[in-house]
Design a protein around this ligand. Structure first.
Ligand code: NDP
Length: 326
């Protein structure tokens, strides 16, 4: 396993990590979840990603149990949760980034995960109705209480993240240190354009999500698929976003590049994400052990990604953000 610095923090995070969205507590049974988590840990991964909303808290329950039965030293891994969406009764104050929901949400996540502290705690989305200073203060409180170690954001704009830094600096509070954006061959703008100043000046780390665009970048949707995430009832919106004729055309062209290297498309596309030095970790998702095995090979493929190859991919995708010349 390769380990990278999480931005300007003192944390070393495995370049590949493991998340439980739509799988734990939902698509796969608890025994499989436990086996996958164990496999991820044994491969050297030291970060496991979760959120209060995943399977409405059940994903954290399953991960908590799996970590207990894995029975490894707590200091050898990091676990996250994310606050924002809530899931209780949809009453006012049961979601968002108010001090009330952040403190109550964290308490509930600690119980479900059966841990004394959460290593990385994320604001799952920006909250347009809560002053950013209130959110920064609440996160600072949780750090002071030892309930979380670091806090960050997910899918915030560069402007919102910068505002959080300004408030933190002005009020001598702890700023966010990592962001969790989507990043893959189809979604590049935030990581390759919007956040560049935050990487340079704030030293922000990133834990990127959906490196395979929910499995589309494994190439399997080029043919017949059996039961998959994107055939699940209720996830039509995710399928419609990801399985489009335009995307499938690009997938087939990128596949000819990975074929020329003699590597799988999935491992190639994950390695492509890791090639960006601003990626601290790529969070993998898997419903089967064979997927995790295949995706771990991305670490070997990374060494084969030459500048020429990256340019070839760029010319196929035609979506590389254009930056002004200096
Ligand atoms: P991916 O884009 O890698 O998708 C993972 C899914 O793709 C698997 O569950 C599996 O689904 C399929 N797959 C994976 N590998 C292969 C393979 N080699 N061959 C064929 N199919 C494969 O990642 P996720 O979308 O799961 O995101 C990763 C993590 O990021 C999440 O678990 C979560 O922790 C985090 N996340 C964060 C978000 C945020 O807003 N902050 C949003 C979304 C995710 P199947 O077998 O069912 O087809």
């Amino acid at each position: 396993m390769e380990y990278r610095k999480l931005g300007n923090t003192g944390i070393q995070i495995s370049a590949l990590s493991f998340g439980s969205w739509l799988t734990f507590g939902k698509q796969i049974d608890d025994k499989t979840s436990e086996a996958l988590l164990g496999m991820a840990y044994d491969s050297g991964m030291n970060f496991f990603d979760n959120a209060e909303i995943y399977a409405r808290g059940q994903s954290e329950v399953v991960m908590g149990k799996a970590l207990k039965s894995l029975n490894r030293t707590r200091s050898s891994y990091m676990v996250s949760s994310k606050v924002f969406f809530g899931f209780e009764e949809n009453k006012p104050n049961q979601r968002g980034l108010s001090r009330k929901h952040i403190l109550e949400g964290c308490e509930a996540a600690l119980k479900r995960l059966q841990v004394d502290y959460i290593d990385l705690y994320f604001c799952h989305r920006p909250d347009k109705h809560t002053p950013i200073l209130e959110t920064v203060r609440a996160m600072n409180t949780l750090i002071q209480q030892g309930k979380i170690l670091y806090w960050g954001t997910s899918e915030w704009s560069a402007q919102e993240i910068l505002q959080a830094h300004l408030e933190a600096e002005r009020h001598h509070l702890i700023p966010p240190v990592m962001e969790q954006p989507q990043y893959n061959l189809f979604e590049r703008k935030k990581m390759e354009d919007d956040y560049l100043h935050l990487f340079r000046h704030q030293g922000m780390g990133t834990t990127i999500w959906s490196p395979l665009a929910s499995g589309v970048l494994s190439g399997k949707y080029l043919g017949e698929t059996g039961e998959t995430r994107l055939s699940m009832q209720g996830l039509e919106w995710l399928r419609d976003r990801n399985v489009t004729p335009e995307r499938l055309e690009l997938v087939s062209r990128i596949k000819s590049v990975s074929d020329s290297l003699g590597v799988s498309l999935a491992s190639f596309c994950i390695a492509w994400c890791l090639k960006n030095p601003n990626v601290s970790t790529a969070i993998l998702g898997a419903s089967k052990a064979s997927q995790l095995e295949e995706n771990l090979k991305a670490l070997d493929v990374l060494a084969q990604l030459s500048d020429e190859l990256m340019q070839e991919v760029d010319s196929i995708l035609a979506n590389k953000p254009v930056l002004p010349d200096f």
